[in-house]
Design a binder for this molecule. Structure first.
Ligand code: ARG
Ligand code: ZN
Length: 852
């Protein structure tokens, strides 16, 4: 499995051949599955290069060129054919065993159904092919299988034929996709499902059939996904003037899936987590996740499928842009502020950490060993921030003009990030030369802020300095859209604008103030940078009350909380007693009592920063002190506001909306920090709950408060939900994220549970992934037991599913902020992994980067 050579963006060359058409014939027959691939191959230049096709883990039966057996050379990963023809037909027959495919790439089985995942390089596990995104072919797919077991046979595009083979009990279906596409967008599904059907009339009046396929017995859980799909189609017409282009759109939900979902042309394959929902079994957060992922995959039809990537280094071309589009979709449909807060949290808590660690890369990476390792928060979420900055700089109109130009120029092509920025420039006349550096520079820029005020002239000056560097290498000055608001001491907004911050050091001058204004900087996170700016408590309290942006108010609350925690960490280090400033307590009380605020925003404020997000704010952390200080500050806030929390809790309990539930449940969790006294509230919420949001919040509160009722509530929950896998995932996560010293023993026990399987990524992530990423204190326990446990798990997953292993290793390679003992233990674990004889490319890339 080695071939651990990196590929480089600078080495890109156009393919020497292209494939314009491919006929695929799938004979689905368990371990004897066969694929007959017939391609029209064309030489693209005058040189006499050999044709080199990619292929992995394939059994090759035959190779025919223009109908005759032909010689070939083969390695573990390629098939080479020598010919002097410029155009020919190539028939390749391969044999596969989808039943043994636990990596869930290529053709595999999920709960008895065949399905595929080809992005990024999974098609080469189906047949030998030019498996690269700049080879676009028309696909004609025939699928044949047993009719009783696999009544639905699906592929991309339109169904053009079907038939029976009566004596064998088999049948077949023939599909044709009229749009040329790269191999990563190919999909096949065969199985028995419940089917929800609907339709959508496009803005030009075409009637599109919509189908959502779910596992038998789940039909009632498919309607939210269907509604989300129709909303996505409407929204893309209204906001982007983009219309769907085929007569049918299919979504299939499968429980065995490495990622969230996949935008295969006309046939999306989804993780069940992002399709199935009803009120009893799914939380409000699940509903929101479904809407956003359904939107995301739908929006790829234009940004990804109609215009695709030239090579995988350009992944952010489609992912950054499509995340931006799905964020805008969610923001137009729901609360813009809350959606923005969630996006900001992903950036600060996860992307900044990635960019400060050994896997730091620009949104357009320059070198890659395993492409699957680059479906990252950097490419996706920082990529979306880069698109958002262009949107800020160009405005909605300019941005839409740029999009229009992009599609006019590149529809049907495989292009680069530069092509996208060029279109934005051409359409608006705006110079984005300096802005482009965001694509090639890794690392989080640091912006240092100094202010001065001259009371005689009434002049306020803002001095900004930017430092850009990654892994010790200094970068070039960036074009940073820097949003600011200046408030007077009454809370009136005097200035509200976006500054073009383009120089290493730059000064901005504002006139006409009676007194020094209070600044809200980098409002709404207008650029993915870190701010170095010391702000006093009073200033933060002022912003929390008066900033016009709800995001800025939340941000101020985060800073207020964080500063209190760090102050107390200092106190502890100096053996002083801890205390929380009264202004902090008053600010939180003010938020709890303020009936003008959106309850969803209050919930965001009351869900105070996690330990891991606090760690992201500093260069070095003493985790043991942090834990004590953070818990102290929460307890102080909760007990100071206890009466108000109880009162609001009771009042909110009578509303039935997601916003009210969010506030109410944040209050309940805070109350569980105060004392066992609120156990009664928790039990009655659990018993009276009619929805999963409230049920789970009660369990969360019981876990946080370590209430006596917890064991009993968990047992009841298990009894009710043991046959619903996605709900059992929540039950696993609750237990894996409990801050108990015996949590690893508990997890080991749970891996024996009948609902658990190491072969299912949803289960592994909910139990083990949530422990390593969400149980900060226990995973990083000083005895190293957390690291050792993860290492054992990774050794196992390295063989069965390297992609899942590679995603879960993240907290182990981000060791730089921890003390020497922990760092040493983490590195020891990485050394153990490095010495594995069969280390996958996926883990190899991360482990070797981490060990330096
Ligand atoms: N393109 C898919 C999406 O955005 C993700 C597929 C990633 N697959 C992978 N094997 N890395 O939604
Ligand atoms: Zn995507």
């Amino acid at each position: 499995m080695s071939q651990t050579q990196a590929k480089h963006l600078k080495d890109y060359t156009a393919p020497h051949f292209t494939i314009t058409h491919i006929d695929l014939n799938f004979i689905l027959d368990g371990e004897n599955t066969k694929v007959i691939a017939t391609s029209k191959v064309k030489r693209t230049n005058e040189h006499q290069f050999d044709l080199v096709l990619e292929g992995e883990q394939l059994e090759l039966e035959s190779v025919k060129l223009n109908g005759k057996n032909h010689d070939y050379r083969r390695t573990d990963t390629s098939l080479t054919i020598t010919t002097d023809l410029n155009e020919f037909e190539l028939e390749i027959i391969t044999a596969l065993n989808p039943e043994a495919n636990t990596s869930l790439e290529g053709l595999y089985m999920s709960d008895g159904a065949y399905c595929t995942q080809c992005e990024a390089e999974g098609f080469r596990r189906i047949t030998y092919f030019l498996d690269r995104p700049d080879v676009l072919a028309i696909y004609n797919v025939r699928i044949e299988a047993d009719k009783a077991a696999f009544p639905f046979l699906l592929s991309n595009g339109n169904q053009i034929e079907q038939g029976e083979m009566p004596r064998s009990g088999r049948h077949f279906v023939q599909w044709q996709d009229p749009f040329p596409k790269p191999s990563y967008l190919f999909a096949l599904v065969a199985g028995d499902f419940d089917l929800l059907e609907d339709h959508f009339i496009t803005q030009s009046g075409r009637d599109v059939k919509l189908q959502v396929f779910v596992d038998k017995g789940n039909l009632h859980k498919a309607s939210h996904a269907m509604e989300s799909l129709k909303k996505s189609m409407k929204w893309d017409e209204q906001r982007f003037d983009l219309e769907y282009d085929l007569d049918i759109y299919m979504i299939v939900a499968v429980d065995f899936f490495n990622m969230g979902a996949m935008e295969n042309k006309g046939l999306n394959v989804f993780n069940t987590k992002y399709v199935l929902a009803d009120k009893a079994s799914a939380t409000d957060e699940d509903y929101h996740g479904i809407e956003s992922v359904v939107g995301h995959e739908y929006f790829h039809n234009w940004t990804g499928n109609r215009v695709t990537c030239r090579d995988w280094f350009q992944l952010s071309l489609k992912e950054g842009l499509t995340v931006f589009r799905d964020q805008e979709f969610s923001s137009d449909l729901g609360s813009r502020a809350v959606n923005r807060i969630q996006a900001v949290k992903v950036m600060k808590n996860q992307q900044f950490a990635e960019d400060a660690g050994p896997m730091s890369h620009p949104i357009r990476p320059e070198s890659v060993i395993e492409m699957n390792n680059f479906y990252t928060v950097t490419v996706y979420n920082k990529g979306a921030e880069v698109i958002r900055m262009m949107h800020t700089i160009l405005g909605e109109q300019g941005f839409q003009a740029g999009m229009k130009c992009y599609f006019e120029r590149h529809d049907g092509q495989a292009v680069t990030c530069d092509d996208f920025v060029n279109a934005m420039e051409s359409a608006t006349g705006k110079d984005l030369q300096q802005f482009r550096r965001w694509y090639s520079q890794a690392g989080t820029p640091v912006v240092t802020v100094d202010e001065s005020f001259d009371s005689s002239s009434g002049q306020y000056k803002l001095h900004l300095t930017q430092q850009v560097s990654s892994q010790g290498v200094k970068g070039q000055t960036l074009h940073i859209p820097f949003s600011i608001e200046l408030l007077d001491d009454q809370g009136h907004s005097i200035v509200n604008q976006v500054l073009d911050f383009t120089q290493a050091k730059q000064e901005f001058v504002f006139d006409g103030f009676d007194a020094k204004p209070i600044a809200s900087l980098l409002q709404d996170f207008s650029a993915p940078v870190k701010l170095q700016y010391t702000v006093e408590f009073d200033h933060l309290v002022h912003l929390m009350r008066f900033a016009s942006s709800e995001v800025a108010r939340w941000e101020a609350s985060v800073q207020l909380f964080s500063q209190s925690v760090w102050d107390n960490v200092d106190h502890l280090a100096q053996h002083q007693s801890m205390a929380v400033d009264n202004r902090v307590l008053e600010a939180f009380r003010g938020v709890i009592l303020n009936e003008q605020l959106d309850p969803a925003l209050v919930a965001e404020i009351l869900n105070v920063p996690s330990a891991s997000s606090l760690i992201e704010q500093v260069d070095k952390v003493d985790l043991d002190l942090l834990q004590v200080a953070r818990e102290f500050v929460i307890e102080e806030i909760a007990s100071a506001c206890e009466d108000e929390l109880v009162a609001r809790y009771r009042e909110l309990n009578s509303f039935d909306t997601a916003e009210h539930r969010a506030f109410k449940n944040a209050a309940l969790v805070l109350l569980s920090y105060v004392s066992q006294q609120h156990e009664g509230l928790v039990i009655s919420q659990f018993e009276q709950s009619t929805n999963m949001t409230d049920t789970l919040a009660a369990l969360k509160a019981a876990t946080v408060g370590q209430f006596d009722c917890l064991t009993e509530l968990l047992a009841q929950f298990e009894k009710q939900w043991h046959s619903t896998p996605l709900v059992m995932d929540k039950w696993f996560t609750l237990q894996a994220t409990a801050n108990n010293d015996d949590v690893i023993d508990q997890i080991v026990k749970l891996t024996q549970h009948s609902s658990f399987s190491f072969n299912n990524p949803n289960r592994v992530r909910s139990l083990i992934g949530s422990f390593v990423a969400g149980n900060t204190y226990q995973f990083h326990k000083k005895d190293g037991s957390g690291y050792e446990y993860l290492t054992q798990i990774l050794i196992k997953l390295n063989k069965s599913n390297p992609q899942v292993a590679s995603r879960m290793i993240t907290p182990l390679i981000q060791f730089a902020k921890f003390d020497d003992t922990r760092q040493m233990l983490m590195k020891r674990s990485l050394e153990t992994l490095k010495s594995l004889p069969d280390l996958s490319k996926d883990l190899f890339e991360k482990v070797t980067k981490a060990l330096g």
